[in-house]
Ligand binder design. Structure first.
Ligand SMILES: C[S@@+](CC[C@H](N)C(=O)[O-])C[C@H]1O[C@@H](n2cnc3c(N)ncnc32)[C@H](O)[C@@H]1O
Length: 347
């Protein structure tokens, strides 16, 4: 196992103190989460190609480009994120290439480069940015009223149905399933039934309409200190953007394109996402035997491990970071280093 710069041999856990690079970024509307830990795990080197699958406000891309003479291929499914990248392009020129696609398409984005190259690192910072949450017109927030939208891609080929489309057309059962599965909302059936009854009178068009209905059904504006609508809004956002499907595809794509020694670093913000990343790394590092589709019922095959895990457990943000940026509190970082084992064929 190679030793990554910025990590002690003893723990090999990236820490804030270890991070060798702290760049002076211009004031950003989105504070990059666990930036020092991300840089320590990703360890960009001169001449390398790094993929930032979730460009956002460019906090990671900027720090990666400032830390080494490498190139960054950055993707974001939100056209407005890429539109705000002009200062970074001016600063780093053709070392930064931006692509307006979901990160599940990273393989074709690499192939479309003028000088295609093998990939040395992939970083994913899952979820929505502060800009997206803070703009009421994006419809992610129950704190401020806005259109019930929640799509990260509101226009273009990757724009699908909005949250209003789902809420106004799905039957109560599938709607309840979404709220339960993606929001872990215990009273999903009650909320779904109330939505279906209310929309007989007037369709849902705003975030406030939906947030008010949830408070009415749950008979309280807050549960355990959080707004009663938190779980329902999380569920709809995940469903509208197929966030868990994207995460699975993104991990599989990274496995395909990373060269031996390449690093895959993933930051997630809730347990549904972290479980997917944890299971992926456990399976791919050979810690969980994989069942054979073709063998006898109980047979298992030990697939050659395609990732080494320098740190088995998830890394959490420091108390210091959480105090400065409360949105970092639920963040968890996991990372692996690509081995020489071939990746399985993608379906
Ligand atoms: C948490 S922010 C990333 C912030 C970024 N690391 C920074 O430091 O500024 C997440 C960003 O990823 C984008 N995003 C989320 N899921 C995506 C996906 N499947 N493919 C591409 N972009 C995605 C969102 O549109 C958003 O801009």
């Amino acid at each position: 196992m190679m030793q990554r710069p910025g990590m002690s041999k003893k723990s090999r856990k990236p820490t804030t103190a270890d991070a060798s690079v702290q760049t002076e970024a211009p004031k950003s509307p989105h504070l990059p989460v666990m930036l020092a830990e991300v840089l320590a795990a990703l360890a960009p080197q001169d001449g390398e190609l790094i993929i930032d699958g979730t460009f956002g406000a460019g906090g990671y891309s900027r720090a990666i480009l400032a830390s080494a003479g490498c190139r960054v291929l950055a993707l974001d499914r939100d056209p407005t994120a890429l539109a705000a990248a002009a200062p970074l392009i001016a600063e780093f020129g053709d070392r930064l290439k931006l692509v307006g696609k979901p990160f599940s398409h990273m393989q074709e984005a690499v192939q479309s480069l003028a000088q295609p190259a093998t990939v040395d690192g992939v970083v994913l910072d899952i979820g929505v940015s502060s800009m997206q949450i803070d703009q009421p017109e994006r419809g992610f927030s129950f704190q401020t009223d806005g259109p019930l939208d929640m799509r990260m891609s509101q226009t273009g080929p990757f724009a699908g149905p909005s949250a209003a489309d789902i809420v106004n057309t799905f039957d109560a059962d599938p709607l309840a399933d979404i709220l339960f599965q993606f929001g872990e909302e215990r009273r999903s059936r009650q909320i779904a039934r109330a939505i279906v009854m209310d929309r007989e009178k007037v369709l849902f068009t705003t975030t406030k309409q939906l947030a008010d209905l949830i408070c009415r059904v749950l008979k309280t504006p807050k549960i355990d200190g959080r707004h009663s609508a938190t779980r329902t809004f999380q569920a709809l956002r995940i469903y509208v953007n197929d966030e868990l499907g994207e995460l699975r595809s993104g991990l599989a794509a990274a496995e395909q394109i990373l060269k031996p020694g390449g690093r895959l670093v993933v930051v997630t913000f809730h347990s549904l996402e972290d479980r997917i990343v944890k299971d992926f790394f456990r399976t791919k590092s050979g810690r969980t035997p994989q069942g054979s589709r073709h063998g006898p019922a109980l047979a298992t095959v030990e697939a050659a491990a395609s990732f080494d895990l320098p740190v088995a457990r998830a890394v959490a943000p420091s108390d210091q970071e959480c105090a400065i940026n409360p949105r970092a509190r639920s963040a968890r970082l996991r990372w692996g280093v690509r081995t020489t084992a071939p990746a399985p064929e993608r379906e």
